[in-house]
Design a binder for this molecule. Structure first.
Ligand SMILES: *[C@@H]1O[C@H](CO)[C@@H](O)[C@H](O)[C@H]1NC(C)=O
Ligand SMILES: *[C@@H]1O[C@H](CO)[C@@H](O)[C@H](O)[C@H]1NC(C)=O
Ligand SMILES: *[C@@H]1O[C@H](CO)[C@@H](O)[C@H](O)[C@H]1NC(C)=O
Ligand SMILES: *[C@@H]1O[C@H](CO)[C@@H](O)[C@H](O)[C@H]1NC(C)=O
Ligand SMILES: *[C@@H]1O[C@H](CO)[C@@H](O)[C@H](O)[C@H]1NC(C)=O
Length: 530
């Protein structure tokens, strides 16, 4: 039995070496090349002599299980499948192939991306994803799991006993043609390709991930900050659709190569990657769309214990590396821009045509919890966060950012904190738009604040132009009077000559302190209602 397994493992690795060797050699970076080869060979060697792991792939499945994803029965499942097919088929990218030719790219500032789809358990799901993401022209290359449609032996080895999932994801990205990778696992479909990509374009240096609101809340607890040690990092899952700079992945492989990693951790590298970048990931939150999910968590293993243990291990190793003055060149010390407090994009619009932004963050800043590297369990870090003031799970479930832009007027974003003068919310558009009125719908009386809102537009989200209120045309006046409700206001404005051009950003700021939190259920512009 063991003999047989060893043989098949050897075959996989020879296969893997053969298929990757050419690419490795074609790369210019000798150090990375050597390291990759070393990694692949050394993992092959220890695989040959190690016992199969007990656990199957650890992924965000765990959290999916805890929410609604697995509670559907067969009837509703096939209905959802049809709805999902309709959604998938109706989605198209606002970007065009012509924008991603080499010539166009040299001028337009857009970024081509390699998608890395590895560790898929179901061919059907992989086919859906491949045909879906191929519609997005910024995905210029797709690297699939080469084992998937090969012999049973290879499939068996890679997908069950010896799942190297995480490691191969990073080695594959390191060898990608393009400078940025898109990661996607098989549990969730990312319906926000254009909008997340648009936010990624503004700060491609960072990891851009995407998760459901309640996991976002959880990830806010899993940040680790110590200004003296230049520690400023956070955890994120990557599998629900993430854009990642290849340079960070290559740096990560150097980190892994320079660390004595116990073998059971090597396959769970996802829990180390974002933490070891020593940057807070840029995470958006929205309801996720599950693909068919089979129990990915094996019985008899405490998966949460593994997650916590690996997060703590990652942070402790990072802290130690930052604490010494030499020999830690593998870890970045400077905090990258945009700084956490300046990141205001929060959630993709459900229609994938825009993103919701606000500077009002209901959660404590990462700096408000000091990490002294003297905890024995992540629960202790969580406990410090939990003593601070922030929304409960129930509140956040109901009032998370995306509820302002989900085309459902019955669900409402709630700012949780009372807006102060200068606070704002608004939209970033995937494609610039022209408009000169905005209708805001709340669940409460918002008309009393009408005079306290100001409108600003911007091309880049940094330099803003303030618009003036304008007089209504007769037709608008009629419309205004007939629509007049206390929970809805329409602001008519004129942005001067600048307003005659399509614009990429709009924000609505408050000119005074509000005595209560703000609720926004829907935002409507000329030709766009979210
Ligand atoms: C399954 O879901 C459908 C639609 O939600 C519902 O009408 C039906 O009663 C459910 N069936 C069972 C057996 O729960
Ligand atoms: C949805 O699409 C997939 C792939 O195109 C297809 O195999 C499947 O049968 C479709 N499901 C439904 C319920 O239409
Ligand atoms: C795997 O699938 C690809 C694309 O569908 C195909 O070109 C290739 O021949 C397949 N390989 C095997 C071994 O079946
Ligand atoms: C950890 O360090 C912090 C700051 O130095 C200190 O306040 C706290 O008491 C320490 N906790 C433990 C368990 O040692
Ligand atoms: C708007 O209407 C007021 C009163 O009718 C008038 O005084 C003002 O000049 C008008 N402003 C513009 C920009 O037309």
């Amino acid at each position: 039995m063991f003999e047989e397994k060893s043989n098949s493992i050897a075959r996989v690795y020879f296969f893997s070496l053969a298929s990757n060797y050419g690419r490795i050699l074609s790369r210019k970076n000798n150090a990375i090349r050597a390291l990759l080869l070393l990694l692949i060979i050394s993992t092959s060697v220890w695989l040959l002599y190690s016992k199969p792991w007990a656990a199957t792939s650890l992924s965000q499945d765990a959290f999916g299980d805890k929410t609604a994803a697995d509670t559907v029965n067969e009837t509703s499942q096939s209905k959802e499948q049809i709805d999902l097919n309709v959604t998938i088929n109706s989605r198209t990218s606002a970007f065009t192939r012509e924008q991603f030719t080499e010539k166009a790219l040299s001028k337009n500032g857009l970024i081509p991306v390699t998608a890395v789809l590895l560790g898929w358990k179901r061919l059907e799901g992989l086919q859906i994803i491949v045909s879906y993401i191929s519609k997005y022209p910024f995905i210029k290359e797709i690297i699939r799991d080469f084992t998937l449609n090969n012999t049973d032996v290879v499939l068996h080895v890679f997908n069950s006993d010896e799942n190297l999932h995480d490691l191969s994801k990073y080695t594959t990205c390191a060898m990608a043609t393009y400078d940025y990778c898109y990661f996607q696992d098989d549990d969730w479909l990312n319906l926000y390709m254009d909008s997340i990509y648009s936010n990624f374009l503004r700060s491609p240096n960072l990891i851009h991930s995407n998760t459901m609101p309640i996991i976002h809340l959880e990830h806010r607890r899993w940040t680790f900050t110590n200004a003296d040690k230049k520690l400023h990092t956070g955890f994120t899952w990557l599998g629900c659709g993430s854009f990642v700079p290849r340079a960070k992945v290559q740096q990560f492989l150097r980190q892994v190569g320079s660390t004595a990693m116990p073998k059971d951790r090597l396959r769970l590298l996802d829990m180390y990657f974002s933490l070891w970048t020593n940057q807070y990931p840029y995470q958006l939150s929205n309801p996720l769309t599950p693909l068919e999910q089979e129990g990915a968590w094996s019985t008899g293993v405490d998966q949460w214990a593994i997650v916590y243990a690996n997060i703590l291990d990652a942070v402790q190793r990072l802290f130690k590396a930052l604490a010494v003055n030499t020999g830690s060149e593998y870890y970045v010390r400077d905090e990258e821009r945009p700084m956490f407090n300046n990141r205001d994009v929060r959630a993709p619009c459900t229609n994938d045509k825009c993103l919701f932004l606000t500077n009002i963050d209901p959660f404590p800043s990462p700096r408000s919890v000091y990490y002294a590297n003297n905890i024995t369990h992540v629960h202790e870090q969580e406990a410090r966060f939990n003593r601070l003031n922030f929304p409960s799970n129930d509140f956040w479930d109901k009032h998370a950012y995306h509820t302002a832009v989900d085309t459902n007027v019955n669900t409402c974003w709630n700012s949780f904190k009372n807006p102060k003068s200068g606070d704002y919310f608004g939209l970033q558009f995937v494609v610039p738009r022209k408009f000169n009125k905005i209708t805001l719908t709340s669940s409460k009386d918002i008309s009393k604040y009408d005079a306290s809102f100001n409108i600003h537009i911007s091309d880049n989200g940094r330099v803003w132009k303030t618009c003036n209120r304008r007089n209504l045309t007769d037709k608008e006046n009629e419309e205004y009077l007939s629509n007049s409700q206390i929970n809805s206001i329409t602001i008519y404005f004129d942005c001067g000559t600048k307003g005659e051009e399509p614009t990429k950003f709009v924000k609505i700021s408050t000119s005074r302190n509000f005595p209560e939190p703000l609720e926004i259920c829907s935002i409507k512009l000329d030709g766009l209602e979210v």
